[in-house]
Ligand binder design. Sequence first.
Ligand code: DC
Length: 226
Amino acid sequence: MDIKKIRIALDGPSGAGKSTIAKKIAEKLGIVYVDTGALYRTVGLYSIENGISDTDTEGIIASLQKIDLRLAYEDGTQKVYLNGVDVGDRIRTPLGSKYAAAVSKIPEVRAFLLDVQRNIAAGGGVIMDGRDIGTVIMPDAELKVFMTATAEARAKRRCLELEEKGMPQPYDEVLADIIARDKSDSEREASPCVPAEDAILFVNDEYGIEESADFIIDLAAKAVSA
Ligand code: DC
């Protein structure tokens, strides 16, 4: 098959570099990068902006009726429109991460976001990053990679990133946060973050961004020629 039609499911925990690496792969292969975490973040954002608590499951479920969510791709960049307004960076706050983790545990929210994700996957030519892409969203993807790194390696990378942004945080706190998020994402009942049976496990502690991207591109080339 034409590699431009490939469907790549890239799953794994927070901080393994999925979004940066997936973006590179999309650029190099000329396919679309779909960041599914942004959808959960957007549902969370609606709660934040409308005074719904992250523990108010009923309130979050009721809010879904008032949410119109659209994805658009402009110059290769994904935009999420919430009731017609681009959410931009408003979904990338620590509170946004907390709400995204909370809403992603609710089966009704996952069901609500299923169609929008499957519709994009249907045409092929995509690399989607998330937690349940290989298990639920694209179970028949040509390539499934579960990419991870040890919690320590991810904490080190995150500390460097925060330092570069001028917002340094103690390593111990960053590590504790990563361990807590892993636990919450992997132990939830609804679509926990676990590798699909046929996923390739890629632990990238010793790999840089370019090397990780090239490693997956090699796998993609093999998958389409198989
Ligand atoms: O990848 P991210 O950090 O932007 O994801 C935000 C939250 O959404 C995170 O707690 C995991 C959850 N998520 C999910 O449950 N399923 C996905 N396909 C993507 C993200």
